[in-house]
Design a protein around this ligand. Structure first.
Ligand SMILES: [Zn+2]
Length: 179
């Protein structure tokens, strides 16, 4: 399937700052997302909460995530990176050992390897417990991920280890719903 994204930004006619980013930020400010997930989780010391919003854009999705209460790792020089994925399960339930076990594995309708799963997202960058991330993906449109879950892991995704990047425990979860 050829779904090359064209016409977004051409390097031929750039003489200054592209208007694209202003348009995208305006979109987030003024338009309703097509889908959203309310994120929640609990570590030993913190309650994690936040929103992930999904806007249709250019045959794919503009994702905007804001998360607070992420664990702060005191032994690092700065903030850490946390694995961030869409998982195939529909529910944020689980067991005492794995509170979000029901989220299952990474959303992977194409039966690809990690990190080429449809649900593989850029890691969250944690800043004293807070993360803000806005990015574009053409691996899915918002309606394709409704009914699945967003998961935040305790460690960074190494983008190599199968099947899920060795990013450790699931510390927060959100069920993706139509807005
Ligand atoms: Zn994956």
């Amino acid at each position: 399937m050829d779904k090359k994204v064209t016409g977004i930004l051409s390097c031929d006619n750039i003489s200054g700052i592209s208007g694209n980013m202003e348009m995208l930020l305006h979109k987030i400010q003024t338009e309703k997302p097509e889908a959203y997930a309310l994120i929640y989780g609990k570590t030993r010391t913190d309650c994690i909460c936040g929103n992930v919003l999904f806007y249709p854009l250019w045959g794919g999705t503009l994702v905007a995530a804001e998360i607070a209460g992420l664990p702060v790792k005191e032994d690092t020089c700065g903030g850490s990176f946390l694995g961030f994925h869409i998982h195939e399960g529909s529910i944020c339930g689980g067991t005492a050992e794995d509170p979000f076990a029901d989220a299952g594995g990474h959303f992977n309708p194409g039966k690809c390897g990690h990190p080429f799963h449809v649900g593989d997202l850029p890691p969250l960058m944690e800043n004293h417990g807070y993360a803000l991330s806005v990015f574009y993906t053409d691996r899915f449109i918002p309606e394709e991920v409704v009914g699945h879950t967003v998961i935040i892991h305790v460690m960074a995704d190494d983008f190599r280890t199968q099947p899920s990047g060795d990013s450790g425990m699931k510390i927060a979860c959100g069920e993706i719903k139509e807005y």
